[in-house]
Write a protein that binds this ligand. Structure first.
Ligand code: 5GP
Ligand code: ZN
Length: 114
């Protein structure tokens, strides 16, 4: 989508610190990290939110989750763990309307969120 920040990152129109890329997904460091490790895993297909995943997307969604886990380990979170977050729409606090998995780690994270 032409006005989507993450589609622009995928297209190379906005720079990002990429940590992984293949034909269907991209992972990059969050520009405003909330923890020592904070990166996002996104599909290259513009899916607005987890609320908009359709049956054709379920295999892709599984691969995104699997890659998030693999990269979390690569980023040093394998032993102590991490938090995997998908914000959705207004009440979920989603600010970028392109599906993304946050991976946060490197420190203890409180629960529940505010
Ligand atoms: P949300 O609030 O939608 O779950 O998360 C959006 C995330 O995208 C935020 O953590 C925000 O810091 C990050 N973000 C927004 N714009 C950019 C950008 O241009 N580059 C990068 N790397 N991250 C961004
Ligand atoms: Zn997009």
């Amino acid at each position: 989508m032409s006005d989507c920040i993450f589609c622009k990152i995928i297209a190379g129109e906005i720079p990002a610190k990429k940590i992984y890329e293949d034909d269907e997904m991209l992972a990059f460091h969050d520009v405003r990290p909330q923890a020592p490790v904070h990166f996002l895993v996104i599909p290259k297909k513009h899916i607005k939110s987890i609320m908009d995943i359709e049956s054709d997307d379920t295999a892709l969604a599984g691969r995104l989750l699997s890659k998030a886990q693999e990269l979390a380990k690569e980023q040093g979170c394998g032993e102590k763990g991490a938090r995997f977050v998908i914000n959705a729409k207004d009440h979920g606090g989603q600010t970028v309307d392109h599906l993304h998995i946050h991976v946060l780690g490197g420190r203890f994270l409180n629960w529940p969120p505010g």
